[in-house]
Design a protein around this ligand. Sequence first.
Ligand code: NDP
Length: 307
Amino acid sequence: MYDIVIVGLGIAGYTAAIYCARYKLKVLLVGAEAGGMGNTAAEVGNWPGEIEIRGPDLMEKFKNHAVSFGDLVTFKISTVKDAKKTETGFELMLEGDEKVTGKTIIFATGSNKRHLGVKGETEFSGKGVTYCATCDAFFYKNKTVAVIGGGDSAVEGAAIAAQVAAKVYLVHRKKDFRAEPYWVDKVKEKKNVEFVLERNLVEVIGDKKVTGMKLDQPWNGQEIIPVDGVFIEIGSNPAVELPKKLGCSLDDIGFLKVDEAQRTNIAGVFGAGDLTSASNHFAQFTTAAGEATVAANSAFNYLQSGR
Ligand code: NDP
């Protein structure tokens, strides 16, 4: 039995593993994909100590650190399918009916990209419709693409797409952006980005692949704007399925409810990162690392004293 099973291989999961290993806890660090959402950041400029670093490079550094503790940290790529409470702790079901047990759990499962739910979106998913502009932009060299959304993911995505695409439409339902001004300014500098504001995408048009998009009102007289790709970047939903199975409470907008010590309502179960109600829901690398630090400390205290 592990002292702690950490589910999730993003910033929060890796940070929790580093702290738990330094507490000499026996850790299983498990998740479906190494790097999590951090892998999708083309450029990270707000991780203290790194003026600018590619997301995948930063995640590789985190992983190397997390697995540097010898036998204390077991690293495993696998999807966790189920979780239940037992008399001595918790049992998790992994792929291939593999069972693992832990005295405590930290959920660091992050979030899943939101879908818009418009006509043509599902039909052309993977055929021009994608949910990660920074990951997929490079397949659209010299093409025309649209990025939908007004947060950091959309605006950073538009800046990255503009480096390769011939033309980028940044479509946002409001006049103002919630993205960091740093990224908004960066996009404004790009001559091949057109801001399409106060418009909603209502339909993705295509034949075998995407050929255009329809907005709720015409843009520059066009009913249908020709595009080769549509990157939908309208935020994410917290990945709370597993904690829910254990009976963990959610907050009123669906995030894993944790207290100031990152404890859930289930003794021995903790949460850290984008899925939790902590840090004012401000999903950043720095807040994920901070929450994971506190969660690891709380798990250590719980194992020592049962509290
Ligand atoms: P956000 O939730 O921050 O933004 C989502 C955007 O999509 C908003 O502009 C929102 O509009 C818009 N939107 C939501 N639903 C719809 C809809 N149905 N139709 C049209 N537009 C819609 O998500 P992000 O993925 O951008 O960011 C998530 C978190 O990750 C944030 O905390 C962000 O700071 C962080 N992040 C940080 C990065 C970095 O530091 N480098 C990079 C990427 C993300 P509205 O504004 O009107 O609500």
